[in-house]
Write a protein that binds this ligand. Structure first.
Ligand code: SF4
Length: 416
C-alpha cells in the first residue's frame, strides 16, 4: 500500500488560488466528479427519518438550493433502504446511502439507485460483507466511501495501536482499501474522521502520502454552530492549504443549511471555489450610530438569494458602521453601505450613490445591489482599491467640513 499508486495521468491540480492540489484519482458520485481536477464539492447529510419520503425530498431540495452538491442519508433499516428508490428519483443531486452494520441494506440501497455507498468498516463485523458490497457496487457502477470514524475503528487495529488514534484511523483505511483493491475495485474515496481536529489533520496528512484515492474531509462530532465552525475551519484550512481534500462536509449540531453555507465559505475564502458573493462587514465600534448587526444579517440573507439568481457574479459587498472610515476601509467592494447619524450612505467604489434614512436602507440597497449584479463586468471588477483618505476627501459632508475648519482655526490660533 505504500507504493506509489499515482496514475501516470494524475498531475498536481492548480486551483483558482495559488494552492496546488494533491494528485488524486477522479471518481463520479452520480454526475458530480470527486478528485482529480474536479472542483472540491460540498456535501451534507439529512437529519430527518429517511422513511419519510416527502420530508426527505423537501430537505434535499432546500439543501440543493443552498448549494449542497451531494447528499447523504442514513439507512437504518429495510424500510429506509426501500424509501431510497422514490427519494433518488426526485432528488436533484446525487444521493449517498450511509450504511452501518447490516451490509444487506447496502445491497438494497444500491438496487434502489443510490449514487454512492458509504460503509463504516469498523461497523462491518466480517470483511466478506464488505466484499459483497463491492460486488454489488461493481455491478451497479457506483463508488464506495470508506468512512473510517474515530469512534468505531475495528477492534484488532485498536488493540494493535492503543493510544494512537491517528495510526488506528490510517491503518483501518489502508486495510479496507486493500480489500477493495483485491477485488479489483478502485472506484472509491476515503474519509478518516476524528472529533479532535489536530488528530484528524494528522490522519489525513499521513493517508494523503500513501494513497491517491480522493479524500472526503470531515471533523466528526464537531459540535454546535460556533464551536463546530471554528474546529472545522481550522482543520480544513490546514489540509486544504496543503492541497489535501477533494470533497468536504462540515458536520454541525445545527441546521444542515449552515453546513452547506460553511462549506462554500471555507472553499471561497481559500480561493478554491468561486461560489457566491463575499460579505465584508466591520465589527462596529463607538462610532457606529445605526443598527449595523441587524442590517448586516439582512444583507447576508439578501446576498444568498441574489447569488442564486446571479450565478458566476461574485461581488464584494460591504456593510460598514460609519461613514467616516467605512467606505475607505471597504474601498475594494463593488458596492457598500455605511452608517451615518440615523441614516446610511450607499457607495460604489469612490462614488457616493445616495443617502437613505435607516428605515429605507435595506430596500434601497437591494435595488442598488440588483443593479450591480446586472451590470457585473469581470474585467472592470479589477478596479483600483481606494484609500480611506481619498474617500474621506471626496465625500465629506458639510458638517464634517465645518468641524475640520473649526479645528484648523483653533490650531492656528494656539500657535505661539
Ligand atoms: S467602519 Fe466605522 S464603525 Fe465600523 S469599526 Fe471602523 S470605525 Fe468603527
Amino acid at each position: 500500500m505504500t507504493q506509489d499508486l499515482t496514475p501516470a495521468t494524475a498531475q498536481p491540480t492548480t486551483s483558482a488560488s495559488h494552492l496546488i492540489r494533491r494528485p488524486s484519482r477522479k471518481i463520479w458520485v452520480g454526475n458530480v466528479p470527486v478528485g482529480g481536477d474536479a472542483p472540491i464539492s460540498v456535501q451534507s447529510m439529512l437529519t430527518n427519518d429517511t422513511r419519510d419520503i416527502e420530508e426527505s425530498v423537501n430537505q434535499i431540495h432546500r439543501l440543493a438550493d443552498a448549494g449542497c452538491e451531494i447528499i447523504r442519508l442514513a439507512v437504518p433499516d429495510k424500510e429506509a433502504a426501500e424509501a431510497l428508490g422514490a427519494i433518488v428519483k426526485r432528488s436533484p443531486i446525487p444521493v449517498v446511502a450511509d450504511i452501518h452494520f447490516d451490509y444487506r441494506l447496502a445491497l438494497q440501497a444500491a438496487d434502489n439507485g443510490v449514487h454512492c455507498i458509504r460503509v463504516n468498516p469498523g461497523n462491518q463485523p466480517r470483511k466478506e460483507f464488505i466484499r459483497a458490497i463491492v460486488t454489488k457496487c461493481k455491478e451497479r457502477e457506483i463508488p464506495i466511501r470508506i468512512g473510517v470514524n474515530s469512534g468505531s475503528v475495528e477492534k484488532p487495529i485498536k488493540d494493535q495501536y492503543p493510544d494512537d488514534l491517528v495510526t488506528q484511523l490510517v491503518e483501518s483505511a489502508l486495510l479496507n482499501a486493500r480489500i477493495l483493491e483485491e477485488e479489483d475495485f478502485f472506484n472509491f474515496k476515503i474519509s478518516v474522521k476524528a472529533s479532535d481536529p489536530l488528530k484528524m489533520v494528522d490522519a489525513y496528512r499521513r493517508l494523503a502520502r500513501l494513497v491517491d484515492y480522493p479524500l472526503h474531509l470531515g471533523v466528526t462530532e464537531a459540535g454546535t454552530l460556533k464551536r463546530g465552525l471554528i474546529k472545522t475551519s481550522m482543520a480544513f484550512g490546514m489540509l486544504l492549504s496543503e492541497g489535501i481534500g477533494d470533497t468536504i462536509r462540515v458536520s454541525l449540531t445545527a441546521d444542515s443549511i449552515e453546513e452547506v453555507f460553511a462549506g462554500h465559505e471555507i472553499l471561497r475564502n481559500m480561493g478554491l471555489r468561486q461560489s457566491g458573493s463575499n460579505l465584508i462587514s466591520c465589527p462596529s465600534c463607538g462610532r457606529c450610530e445605526v443598527d449595523l448587526h441587524g442590517l448586516a444579517n439582512q444583507v447576508e440573507t439578501l446576498m444568498a438569494e441574489m447569488d442564486r439568481a446571479n450565478p458566476g457574479k461574485p461581488l464584494d459587498v460591504a456593510v460598514m458602521g460609519c461613514f467616516v472610515n467605512g467606505p475607505g476601509e471597504a474601498g475594494h467592494a463593488d458596492i457598500g453601505i455605511a452608517g451615518g447619524i440615523g441614516q446610511y450612505y450607499i457607495f460604489k467604489g469612490e462614488e457616493k450613490v445616495m443617502r437613505v434614512p435607516e428605515n429605507e436602507a435595506l430596500e434601497k440597497f437591494k435595488a442598488e445591489l440588483q443593479r450591480t449584479y446586472a451590470e457585473y463586468d469581470p474585467e472592470a471588477k479589477q478596479h483600483q482599491p481606494q484609500t480611506a483618505a481619498n474617500w474621506q476627501t471626496a465625500n465629506k459632508d458639510a458638517e464634517t467640513l465645518a468641524i475640520e475648519a473649526h479645528l484648523t482655526e483653533l490650531e492656528s490660533t494656539s500657535q505661539p
